[in-house]
Design a protein around this ligand. Structure first.
Ligand code: GAR
Length: 226
């Protein structure tokens, strides 16, 4: 089986990109990261990619007339690498429907909450404001609705009385670094299928999915990593 060609989109630190780079280097991930593209020239993750010998590109969204033009240029840049999978790893721009449709079923995103709870920004602060006892991270297929595509995998953490947005961010980052490479591996191994809003692993709902479904009343079925 040939390695799946992956393009990763970032906007900043790139610790999730690093988790993917490390998993590939450790032989845990049968993929090859062909390019890293950032919408910010100062993204720290660009250095991580360069250190790993991965080609990088910067497409600054502010240099385009509008979001459509930006997404079109981004699509062309990604397509040059003929990827089997495009990973949004802390990519902080909303992609238009043409982009999402073009890469449908091969576009995934890591999000810092237990979706469908807290789509959008400031998830850690919102969890604390709502007094939630549990928080987490999700990897999902991207659809046209923001942070609403079928969930592939989630990880959970307890929220303690002394937690702050920063401490939650650290805990959630740790989870993301485990669940994102897992999701990418499952896709590379062709073990996932999407049926409606459900993601099946090896054709089945994961036995652990009930835990997620109970704790956050989600309609999605997603395996859990704790
Ligand atoms: C991650 O926590 C990721 O979930 C979040 O940005 C962070 C990027 O960290 N993504 C979003 O909020 C997208 N809506 P990283 O640059 O260190 O990987």
């Amino acid at each position: 089986m040939r390695d799946t060609r992956v393009v990763v989109l970032i906007s900043g630190n790139g610790s999730n990109l690093q988790a993917l780079i490390d998993a590939v280097a450790d032989g845990m991930l049968p993929v090859s990261i062909r390019a890293v593209i950032s919408n910010r020239a100062d993204a720290y993750g660009l250095g991580r990619a360069a250190d790993a010998g991965i080609p990088t590109h910067v497409l600054d969204h502010r240099e385009f007339e509008n979001s459509c033009e930006f997404c079109l240029a981004l699509k062309e840049c990604v397509n040059r690498y003929t990827p089997g999978l495009v990973v949004l790893a802390g990519f902080m721009r909303i992609l238009d429907s043409k982009f999402v449709t073009h890469f449908a079923k091969r576009l995934i995103n890591v999000h810092p909450s237990l979706l469908p709870k807290y789509p959008g920004l400031h998830t850690h602060r919102r969890v604390l404001e709502h007094g939630d006892p549990i928080h987490g991270a999700s990897v999902h297929f991207v659809t046209e609705d923001l942070d609403a595509g079928p969930v592939i995998i989630q990880g959970r953490v307890d929220v303690g009385p002394s937690d702050t947005p920063d401490s939650l961010q650290q805990k959630v980052h740790k989870l993301e670094h485990a669940i994102l490479p897992t999701a990418v591996r499952w896709i590379a191994q062709e073990r996932l299928s999407v049926v409606g809003v459900r993601v099946l692993l090896d054709g089945q709902v994961s036995p652990e999915q009930g835990l997620v479904a109970e704790s956050i009343s989600t309609q999605y079925s997603a395996p859990v990593v704790e």
